[in-house]
Design a binder for this molecule. Structure first.
Ligand code: LIP
Length: 272
């Protein structure tokens, strides 16, 4: 699939142009309010949402409804129950890394993906603070802004820097910490990112060599699956099956590090 094969919008724009419009509309709003006081609601255990998350999402949805009225939308704050299993679906996270955003840590992004029958075919992860757009179209390779990106070519976990996050489930989070304790010190570095979408983007461009999670949502990962694959990396769930937008667990990154991680460490949480 190339960009030309993706549906044009109602106003004749390419799908990537519409994705950029969505990313900038949400990103400009979020950036304008970064490190200001936020009105925060608690959605669940360690899971917060700011008023800006919701407003940014509504801006994206307004653009998508105008440009692709027949496409479905699966989004974190206002449409998290959409069935994306068939047809065209935009999968949206207006601010991934909401906790980072709320506490002033400059590691958050706007995450936009277009899926066909639940398979990501277009990805855009936009980091407004660092002005970096990680993008890909299926079959067209992956880029940060206009520079091509490649996943890590390191051979194993020992030579790697790993990224992960804890998520909102204590047992699964504890499992991740126990796993990292098992790996350490046979690794060059370990990072907790606070944004799964940027964690995957950084794995796609080899800034980190592998990113893994045990309790994730479709809007956090839809774009990253395609970025890692189009950058020559591997993305699987922790059982070794192909990573899908419905995967709750995953490991994604360079081929060598991924193979070594999966063969040595990828036991399902609770077995550590
Ligand atoms: C978050 C991810 C993070 C993960 C959290 C949550 P949010 O997304 O970025 O990596 O650990 O459970 O999914 O809530 O900021 O969009």
């Amino acid at each position: 699939m190339t960009e030309a094969a993706l549906p044009r919008s109602a106003s004749g724009k390419t799908a990537m142009d519409v994705a950029w419009e969505c990313a900038r509309a949400a990103g400009d709003l979020a950036l304008s309010r970064f490190r200001t006081d936020h009105s925060i609601d608690v959605k669940g255990h360690r899971n917060i949402v700011t008023a800006t998350d919701v407003e940014a999402e509504l801006r994206i949805i307004a653009i998508l409804k105008a440009e692709y009225p027949d496409h479905k939308i699966l989004s974190e704050e206002t449409a998290s129950g959409t069935d994306a299993s068939s047809g065209w679906t935009w999968v949206i996270d207006p601010i991934d890394g909401t906790k980072n955003y709320a506490i002033g840590v400059p590691f958050w992004c706007v995450n936009v993906a277009l899926c066909l029958d639940a398979e990501p075919v277009l990805a855009l992860t936009w980091d407004p603070v660092h002005q970096e757009g990680f993008r890909a179209v299926a079959g067209g390779g992956a880029f940060v802004n206009d520079a091509p990106i490649r996943a890590s070519e390191l051979p194993d976990v020992f030579s790697a820097v790993l990224g992960f996050d804890l998520g909102y489930d204590d047992a699964l989070g504890s499992g991740q910490l126990a796993l990292m304790q098992r790996i350490f010190p046979n690794v060059q570095g370990i990072r907790i990112t606070g944004s799964a979408a940027l964690g995957l983007a950084y794995a796609a461009c080899g800034r980190i060599d592998l990113y893994t999670h045990m309790n994730i949502s479709p809007w956090d990962i839809a774009a990253g699956i395609l970025l890692v694959r189009e950058a020559g990396g591997v993305a699987t769930d922790r059982d070794g099956g192909p990573m899908r937008i419905t995967s709750r667990t995953f490991a994604a990154g360079g081929r060598g590090v991924h193979a070594d991680f999966m063969s040595r460490y990828a036991v399902v949480a609770g077995g550590d």
